[in-house]
Design a protein around this ligand. Structure first.
Ligand SMILES: Cc1cc2nc3c(=O)[nH]c(=O)nc-3n(C[C@H](O)[C@H](O)[C@H](O)COP(=O)(O)OP(=O)(O)OC[C@H]3O[C@@H](n4cnc5c(N)ncnc54)[C@H](O)[C@@H]3O)c2cc1C
Length: 460
């Protein structure tokens, strides 16, 4: 019996672990490109204590541990690049409490984002962070990436909605990082440190999250523009001038719309001269409130050079428009091998990012399909392999990616707004991070995980 099997057998019943090849294969990839790494085993612990005990023994035996939520990540952060154990949170999936008095929920990490939203809604509350993967990604994965989403422009990212975390550490300790309070000025914020830590510092075994009241009504508007610059300028204009902040401002290149429309077979308006589309969500309590907001936006979009502005004629239209936007990532994946970059800049620099991207793209001769959370200055740039040779894909494309990140840095931005560093962005980290900051991050990793058993082979 291998050491890993003996270890698992000593902690878990047989139904809660597997060494079968098909199971390992199913846990060896995520949504990042076409990467696959085989772990030696997969475990599904059912309690925080089991997680802590497993982690402690893996630490002592030098077995790598890769925590996995739903495996929807786009930077390869959960991939078991050095084999070892994939610790799945699938069976840690209970919503432990909805505390209506404090508008908070206490959940295990394997709870799916959409399930928490639905449960909170039964109590007239809402969990606001909304990655486009919300129907499948887990709260633990969202925390470990600091996930954003279309409505981060109004509500903020996951980072703004986490109050307290229970974390299992490699030495077997189970700690709480803070308190269940809206404010906390008691020492360093370990809670914020854990958010975005990509399974490198500890394993989140429970989370206390903030809930909000969901506005009663949402309305979408769709505008199209002949040039990327006009669309990006309109985003900034809207955020700086309208009296009510929209809940979402999503920018979509024409090709992204066409690919997603085709893949989903969903109706979505198009204009023959449009190069870019802007999907805007507004929220409010009353229909009149939304009418007033949409009139103000309509006037602004008209002055900004929009070729056409559409309003949904039914709730079905509204659902279809969201569906086309949310399916974009998956739809692009179906047409070509691709690399997805998650560039982010201060939002006023978005026009320069788009212009610079066009220049880099034509210099290196690759095709891109872009869309993203323009209200946050966050653009998902999908670089397609399509006609490129394997050599160009391996040698030239990374040079182009480096240029894109250099440009982000010059504009005051960085390489990832929400997908994380993981495996695939690691080679570019020193292009955007101060060497002193990177050294501090490595030091922090060594404090939490001196033997480097958590998620080894990644950026830190
Ligand atoms: C179609 C699609 C749309 C997407 N849209 C968005 C979007 O709008 N915004 C966005 O931010 N992202 C988006 N993503 C990316 C992805 O869904 C998010 O990063 C999500 O947060 C990952 O959650 P997961 O449960 O799948 O985590 P996984 O992919 O399983 O893991 C991600 C990271 O979290 C770590 N991890 C997981 N659970 C824990 C835990 N309990 N403790 C410690 N570490 C843990 C893993 O080790 C890994 O490093 C999208 C992905 C897809 C496929």
């Amino acid at each position: 019996m291998s050491p890993i099997e003996a270890l698992l057998r000593s902690h878990l019943p047989e139904v809660d672990y597997s060494l079968q090849r098909e199971v390992c294969e199913a846990h060896g990839s995520d949504y990042t490109e076409d990467l696959l790494f085989l772990p030696e085993a997969v475990a599904w612990p059912r309690s925080a204590q089991q997680v802590a005990d497993l982690l402690k023994d893996c630490n002592m035996a030098g077995i790598p541990v890769y925590t996995r939520g739903a495996g929807t990540g786009l930077s390869g952060a959960c991939l078991p690049v050095k084999g070892g154990l994939v610790l799945s949170t699938r069976k840690l999936n209970a919503i432990l409490e909805i505390d209506t008095k404090n508008a908070q929920a206490r959940v295990q990490p394997g709870v799916i984002n959409a399930e928490l939203k639905a449960k909170a809604q039964e109590f007239g509350l809402w969990y606001a962070p909304d990655p486009a993967s919300f129907q499948s990604s887990t709260i633990g994965g969202n925390i470990a990436h600091g996930a954003g989403g279309p409505k981060a422009v109004k509500y903020g990212t996951t980072r703004e909605h986490i109050l307290n975390l229970q974390v299992a550490l490699p030495n077997g300790d189970l700690i709480w990082t803070g308190a269940d309070t809206l404010k906390n000025a008691t020492g360093f914020s370990l809670t914020q440190l854990m958010i975005g830590s990509e399974g490198l510092l500890g394993i989140v075994t429970e989370a206390v999250v903030k809930l909000v009241r969901k506005p009663a009504k949402e309305k979408l508007m769709l505008a199209c523009f002949a040039q990327s610059r006009q669309a990006a300028l309109a985003v900034n204009g809207i955020l700086n001038s309208v009296s009510n902040l929209p809940a979402a401002l999503e920018l979509m290149e024409k090709r992204a719309v066409q690919i997603s429309k085709q893949a989903t077979q969903t109706a979505f308006p198009e204009h023959q001269d449009a190069e870019y589309y802007l999907l805007i969500a507004i929220e409010g309590e009353l229909e009149e409130e939304l009418m007033h907001q949409s009139e103000e936006l309509y006037g602004f979009l008209d002055q900004s050079g929009a070729l056409e502005v559409w309003m949904p004629q039914s709730s079905q239209h509204q659902e279809d428009w969201w569906k086309v936007r949310r399916a974009m990532g998956e739809a692009v994946k179906q047409i070509s091998i691709y690399k997805e970059e998650d560039a982010v800049v201060p939002r006023a620099a978005l026009p320069e990012l788009l212009t610079g991207l066009e220049q880099i793209r034509s210099h290196y001769g690759f095709e891109t399909v872009s869309y993203g959370h323009a209200g946050d200055g966050n653009l998902h740039i999908n670089i397609l392999k399509s006609h490129l040779s394997d050599e160009e894909w391996k040698e030239e494309v990374p040079k182009g990616i480096k240029e894109i990140f250099k440009l982000c840095k010059e504009l005051g931005g960085t390489l990832s707004g929400e997908h994380g560093v993981g495996l695939v962005q690691a080679p570019y980290l020193s292009d955007v991070l101060d060497p002193g900051a990177l050294a501090l991050m490595r030091g922090i990793k060594a404090v939490f995980d001196p033997n480097g058993i958590l998620n080894p082979g990644k950026w830190v």
